[in-house]
Design a protein around this ligand. Structure first.
Ligand code: GLY
Length: 247
């Protein structure tokens, strides 16, 4: 099979839809490859960040007009429409659609959301999303996924997890995924085990907070990417400016 090669940065564009209207959530970027530098096999996602500068206002509107609104119009879809995009020089290209929130994209989204989410969810379910707004904190947020040794291949479970309280005492939220309560306390029970999520005044601050909290946590065989958000940091340092309509 021959496929078009797409050059650009991936963006996870998630919109809440009510069958007619759509409300874009803040933009996020996932990191699917298991190792730093986007090397190694793909995973469910090794980390994500949310920053208003991932998409400009013009890019957000383009994605809504070209991708989200036509899909909602044709299908009458209600719920979360997740478009995995490659932002190319020729505009946004859809890599995949999911009809759910993203993991780990949701963790940084929840850290940045200032509004009460429930009224927006009710408005989506009841077909009255028009006029609904969501407020986002200005500062970016970052989620670092801590995975079991061997993931995304075969991995062992049952490893004792330590340090979550210390990480949360530093201001991070540690979302649990592949965990369970064993006889000796919390232990690993999956490939992607924890999502250490933190915010900051700027992306460098959010990265620092997330990685400082990550270093408080330990389980045998734990591994994580050390370059979540680095591509964005490089891009913003080279190209100061840009804004987004959705936070
Ligand atoms: N992070 C990719 C997904 O949720 O499908």
């Amino acid at each position: 099979m021959i496929e078009e090669f797409l050059r650009g940065e991936e963006v996870s564009f998630i919109a809440l839809c009510d069958g007619r209207d759509a409300l874009a959530l803040a933009p996020t970027q996932d990191h699917k490859a298991v190792f730093d530098g986007d090397r190694g096999p793909n995973t469910g996602g090794m980390g994500a960040y949310s920053d208003s500068r991932i998409l400009t206002e013009a890019e957000t509107n383009l994605v809504l007009e070209r991708v989200i609104y036509p899909t909602v119009e044709r299908t009458g879809f209600t719920g979360f429409l997740y478009a995995g995009l490659m932002m190319t020089a020729a505009g946004p290209k859809v890599l995949e659609f999911n009809v759910r929130l993203g993991d780990p994209e949701t963790q940084p989204l929840m850290h940045r959301m200032e509004s009460d989410f429930v009224p927006a969810l009710m408005a989506s379910a009841e077909g009255r999303l028009a006029g609904t707004r969501l407020e986002w904190k200005a500062g970016p947020s970052v989620c670092v996924v801590l995975a079991s040794h061997g993931y995304p291949g075969a991995y062992e479970t049952g490893k004792a997890i330590e340090g979550i309280e210390a990480a949360e005492a530093m201001g991070a939220t540690v979302f649990q995924a592949g965990t369970r309560m064993g006889a000796g306390g919390l232990e690993t029970a999956g490939g992607r085990v924890l999502g250490v999520t933190a915010s900051g005044a700027d992306l460098a601050g959010a990265l620092d907070a997330a990685y400082s909290a990550t270093r408080m946590i330990h389980f045998s065989g734990m591994h994580y990417r050390t370059d979540i958000g680095r591509k964005g940091l490089r891009r913003y340092n080279q190209n100061k400016g840009g804004s987004s309509s959705v936070g």
